[in-house]
Design a binder for this molecule. Structure first.
Ligand SMILES: [Zn+2]
Length: 217
């Protein structure tokens, strides 16, 4: 049995999948963004497709699987982390581990709300047929590591929520930072920073569980 609403939703999802697959669909061209320095495609679907407030309860109640990589260390974490309303203890430990301060090799308690935001962002995108892992660029930072980044001129706030295990920087390959950031914002969980960069890999998104705010860095 299929309602009209389900039909519309399915059509939207198919359209979005088409956009992600590249230039096969000429209708995608008005929203197609290609960087000048390489052949990498960056696709920008209509923003209203990426509103997390449109999600149904089923999305939140089903068992949750994450697929994260940490490019700096080559680690990959792919596992069921939440089921029947609870975070699985050993999976939580592994989430904290992959979100550790790699430079200082220190692990901290990561805010479960942050883990949920990271999971939900990726799960939302998976629903549209995109299965790339979430690339974690930064998670917990010791005060020393945070200070070092500041000295190196890398964007880091003096009282960064990274030091409280409440922030992460990440990207998803081939997904434009603006689309990714707007999606994260639509979960209304905290702060979102947009870091646009012209390099081959593009920029990244900062998400935290602090006050709801957004900025471009
Ligand atoms: Zn950050």
């Amino acid at each position: 049995m299929s309602t009209r609403r389900d039909f519309l939703k399915r059509s939207l999802i198919l359209t979005a999948s088409g956009l992600f697959l590249g230039q096969r669909d000429s209708a995608a061209s008005p929203t197609f963004v290609q960087s000048s320095d390489d052949k990498q495609s960056k696709l920008k679907p209509p923003p209203d497709l990426f509103d997390a407030q449109a999600l149904d309860m089923d999305f939140w109640l089903k068992p949750r699987t994450i697929d994260w990589t940490r490019p700096a260390s080559g680690e990959r974490l792919k596992l069921l982390y939440w089921k029947d309303g609870e975070i699985l203890g050993s999976a939580y430990e592994q989430c904290c581990e992959i979100l550790r301060d790699i430079h200082a090799d220190k692990t901290a308690r990561i805010d479960p709300k942050l883990i949920e935001t990271l999971w939900a962002t990726q799960a939302f995108i998976n629903q549209l047929g995109m299965t790339k892992p979430l690339e974690l660029l930064s998670g917990y930072r010791t005060p020393e590591s945070n200070q070092r980044l500041r000295e190196e001129g890398i964007p880091a706030a003096r009282k960064s929520l990274h030091m409280d295990g409440k922030a992460a920087d990440f990207r998803i390959a081939n997904l434009h930072e603006e689309v990714l950031g707007e999606l994260v914002q639509s979960f209304r969980q905290g702060g979102v920073g947009f870091y646009f960069r012209a390099s081959k890999q593009g920029g990244w998104i900062h998400a935290d569980t602090g006050l709801k705010r957004s900025w471009q860095g």
